[in-house]
Design a protein around this ligand. Structure first.
Ligand code: GLN
Length: 544
């Protein structure tokens, strides 16, 4: 039977609860204890697929095609697992399921209430994931902060779980923030005491408290939290802000969290082996020559919108012994600005995924700049479509080639709505989503990067390359190097005469891991690192 670890957050949101959960998973897995993870999102959307990046940041796509919270990306990257739709539960899903059952008459005339109907539905999701994964431990993160109105049913369900599956099989970890007062130069524990009180009011006593802080946490503060919150002294785990998130598992392990969790849940594990993480973090800390990458998108002021892209670039840079420097270029600024100035130091250009017309011409300008100056270019989903539009404008010597997403009347619809999308009216979960196979053409850059002929990658799009233009564009030097098995969908494109200009219709950024960078990112950074640009390279001091 699986054991459960529930992780709640207190004081403020964005305190790094997702990274803490991913790190707990990592330290358990390093003991050969199998782990799966679930994120509970209290909002009423069924999934984040319909939400603006301004609301939610990146939408992470699982292999089975669920549009999920970006924390799932951290779980996958840290624990090195591939999660499924069962790993993201929202209030929207829970209420839809309960109401659908009511409409079917499943409740036999009963009055439908939050307790027990909604809480039973929530608990069934915990148990469903435990059964389908067979994991030793199911780690469950509750989104938001204790005290949020929408989060109450989730907390009540967790409280009930302690009785349902036995107290020895459930552990509650609370992640809080200790704010720092500059005037008195001290960390304060009161907000933590209040949020623990709020949890207790619901009936949950945390077993472990992880304290985030921007400054070192003195022993006296740990003792105080232990006393006021009724948690063992060694179960108050300090977690000071550190620059590399991948170091968090090492910090938590050092603070004794691994032993504590194993003891409290009576788990059978082996001696922890975090040598892989230690090696990676040590390598990060060594000085490296930089590699300068320009990321051209419309949400550059909101880094969370491209979370997995940035992580994938980081994994690949570390692989190539380079320090990643990302210049975030607003595609709107590029529309009116000078590419020579905005992209001057870029050794490589990435155009990530996106929707809508805002900033599109700026992205096309970035692709022109990359093609004409032979700068490595990686186009991700929309970024591939941009690359095709740009190439078509060059070949047809016309500014009119476009995607029908941006101009329905274009005489050159080189990117067009997929046949299967023509009758789709609903927005939620209706894109081409999740893993699809793709054949790579021998000798192409993509095939070289992957080293295999057949790949499976995650998708999230409605538009695609229009085959009507394939012959003409191929004749002019576009290589359609990745195709669906029936050869009807172009999944990867490259420019034959360019050093490394590759676009893919899928999202490779969801599959990259620390120590196992995604082949396309690895190939891209490999090409970019050798490019000489103004102001991009710094000469490292000779070691003495
Ligand atoms: N908007 C484009 C489409 O729907 C690209 C989507 C994306 O980049 N994920 O096809």
């Amino acid at each position: 039977m699986s054991k459960y670890i529930f992780v709640t957050g207190g004081v403020v949101s964005s305190v790094g609860k997702g990274i803490a959960v991913a790190s707990i998973g990592t330290i358990l897995k390093s003991r050969q204890i199998s782990v799966t993870v679930q994120k509970l999102d209290p909002y009423l959307n069924v999934d984040p697929g319909t939400m603006s990046p301004y609301q939610h940041g990146e939408v992470f796509v699982t292999q089975d095609g669920a549009e999920t919270d970006l924390d799932l990306g951290n779980y996958e990257r840290f624990i090195n697992v591939c999660l499924t739709a069962d790993s993201n539960v929202t209030s929207g899903q829970i209420y839809s399921a309960v109401i659908a059952k009511e409409r079917r008459g499943d409740f036999l005339g009963g009055t439908i209430q939050v307790v027990p109907h909604v809480t039973n539905e929530i608990k069934s999701r915990f148990k469903r994931l435990a059964e389908s994964s067979g994991a030793d431990v199911v780690l469950v993160e509750v989104g938001g902060t204790v005290g949020d109105m929408e989060g109450q049913p989730f907390l009540e369900a967790i409280r009930q779980m302690r009785n349902d599956v036995g107290r020895d099989n459930v552990l509650c970890i609370h992640v809080t923030l200790l704010p720092y007062l500059v005037t008195t130069q001290e960390l304060k524990t009161k907000p933590t005491q209040h949020s623990v009180n709020e949890l207790r009011r619901i009936g949950i006593q945390p077993d472990i408290i992880i304290c985030r802080a921007d400054y070192p946490i003195p022993e006296a503060i740990r003792s105080k939290i232990s006393q006021f919150c009724d948690v063992k002294r060694e179960a108050v785990i300090p977690l000071e802000t550190i620059p590399v998130v991948y170091e968090v598992p090492l910090v938590l392990e050092k603070e004794g969290l691994g032993i504590l969790v194993v003891d409290m849940l009576n788990l059978k594990g082996e001696a922890p082996d975090l040598s892989h993480w230690e090696k990676m973090v040590a390598s990060h800390k060594e000085p490296h020559e930089p590699v300068n990458i320009a990321l051209v998108g419309k949400y550059v002021e909101l880094k969370d919108a491209y979370y997995s892209v940035r992580e994938s670039l980081y994994h690949a840079a570390l692989y190539h012994d380079r320090e990643l420097k990302v210049t975030w270029v607003s595609s709107e600024d590029l529309e009116t600005g000078d590419a020579d100035v905005l992209l001057r130091s870029a050794q490589g250009i990435v155009v990530p995924g996106g929707f809508g017309i805002r900033g599109i011409e700026g992205m096309i300008k970035a692709a022109t700049y990359a093609r004409e100056n032979n700068i490595p270019y990686l186009g991700l989903c929309l970024g591939m479509q941009i690359m095709v539009i740009e190439f078509a404008r060059h070949v047809f010597k016309s500014p009119l080639p476009n995607s029908t997403e941006f101009n329905e009347q274009t005489p050159y619809p080189v990117i067009d709505l997929m046949e299967s999308q023509r009758n789709v009216r609903e927005k939620g979960k209706t894109m081409r989503l999740g893993n699809y196979p793709c054949k790579l053409c021998e000798g192409s850059r993509a095939a070289d990067a992957y080293g295999v002929g057949l790949i499976h990658e995650r998708h999230r799009h409605r538009y695609e390359f229009n085959n009507r233009f394939r012959e003409q564009l191929e004749g002019a030097g576009l290589v359609c190097s990745g195709l669906s098995p029936d050869e009807q969908l172009v999944e990867v494109c490259e420019i034959a005469s360019h050093s490394w200009m590759v676009g893919c219709q899928f999202h490779p950024e969801f599959g990259s891991r620390l120590g196992q960078p995604h082949p396309l990112f690895q190939g891209f950074i490999g090409a970019a690192k050798g490019v000489l640009r103004e102001g991009a390279q710094t000469v490292l001091p000779l070691s003495t």
